[in-house]
Design a protein around this ligand. Sequence first.
Ligand code: ADP
Ligand code: MG
Length: 581
Amino acid sequence: MPDALASQVAAGEVVERPASVVKELVENSLDAGAKEIRVESQRGGVALMKVSDDGCGMNREDAVLSLERHATSKLRDKEGLSAIATLGFRGEALPSVASVSRFRLTTCEHGAVAGTEITVEGGKLRDVVEAGCSPGTTVEVRDLFWNIPARRKFLRSETTESAHIDHQVRLHALASPETRMIYRREGRVAFDVAGTDDRRVRIGDLFGRQNLGKLVEVARLEHPGMAVSGYLLPPEDARKSRRGQYLFLNGRPVEDQVVWRALAEAHRGSLPAGRHPVAWLWLEMDPLLIDVNVHPAKREVRFHRPAELRTLILEAVNRGLQPGASEVDGMGDSESQAVRPAEMPAGVGLVADTLAETDEAKSPGPSPPPEARTWRAEVQEEFVREERPTSSPTFRVIGVLEGRYILLEEGDGLVLLEGEAARERILYEGILRGAREGAAEAQGLLVPLLLELEARDADVVLRNADNFREAGMEVESFGGVTVQVGSVPALLKGADPRQLLLDLVDELVQSAESRSGRVQTFEKFASELAKVGARGERCRPESAKALLDQLFACDLPYSTPAGRPVLVQFSSSDLRRKFGR
Ligand code: ADP
Ligand code: MG
């Protein structure tokens, strides 16, 4: 496969949307030891994304090399992938991004006389020249997807893409408080947060200072190979979804169900059902205990010792939730200092806030953090839901072909939608949304279904029991190789549960994770469940409109979770050409 093509394929995995480019670039800057990172985006990142850092920079040779596939510098002197502690390790991001944009890299090592500037267009190297520049690296990405119109066309509105970039930069700003982070959006400074070694300052800068007085500390707690620390908001500030929960693993934002479940468990009794605590947790873990290579965009990881991690989180959070808790812990670093409730806005503190009182009682405390920018957490929490693409493509349904495809007329030619692929995307996002909001809707079975499986298959199902539960499907062992299914996800209530489970088992057994004895990440699991659930989707003219509406309410409507296209376009010019015009 020619290299440019391979990069574009990889780009399909790595570059989901503009925000994923920002994520990769910022992670590279952090890996390079930057103390200051400037991020700039224009028109939702589609016109421009620019990330500049004052990190170590590269010499000419390394700069050229960095654009070759799998040219990571982060594998040198390491025993292997699992020992990688830095944020990136696949050596795929830069070439992928460069293959789907107009790309410029300017970089200079500290103390070097001159720097290097490299331009690439759609994966083709255009120019390598000497350039004067300050030490560090700047990457500019223009016209994302200019050479892949199908991808470009199905990006969401600029406002939506911009909100995702915003979220991404904030995540990294939280993950690495010691780095100054400046973010400009459409030419205006959205935020500029100074580097600090006090995480509360960063939380206050990004979430509003009014929260600082209420922060409950989760004092650092260690267990061999792992440690956790962070902050919570008290139970009365809990939210209806998990969107107020932030987890950082070795300096990188991640999603993880083990941690969120332990957090929920620690709050059992103090929170009504359906409420989720707001939390910022920083996890440090021996890289040997993590499998980072399970998700192309590295959003999810797999822990080798989930039970120990769960206990650690449970214990640390429980200690934090007990009145006077911050004093209990013996780690005694500056992290364990109490928060002064001085910033508590009138009205909020009136709820019997024993935690804040305890804090006050023992708070000679650090001085309040400096002036913070006002920004409301709610804005971020809701953005994904509010967004409706302003430029949602307008289609006219022409008809149905073979029961598989919906034919659509659109501004420029003909579009074919594959029903199964569309359903797969809709189910996938529905399953993830259910899990994220902590309430996957389940449809209980009147008579639990008993399935006798092969021993190996039963094992795979039971190892994935948490994933099943998260998706709204209760499965448990019924002795020996018999598995009992108590409910199915409401999203799939039309399906035959027996067939669904058997098909899913087939998929699970075939996956690389099962073969190596690992448990799948929830995202991967959800994508397989969606695939199985979508099987046999029949397209009908009368339901075409509803399917389209559901599809375009999705975040990423143009492809299945596995990257297959949902829509294929024959533009007017394609058609004219075929007819020799
Ligand atoms: P990875 O991060 O997985 O190694 P990337 O494609 O993201 O792969 O980057 C390739 C290489 O380019 C990195 O290993 C690093 O050596 C170099 N590099 C990328 N960005 C920067 C940067 N901002 N500063 C210094 N070096 C960088
Ligand atoms: Mg990288």
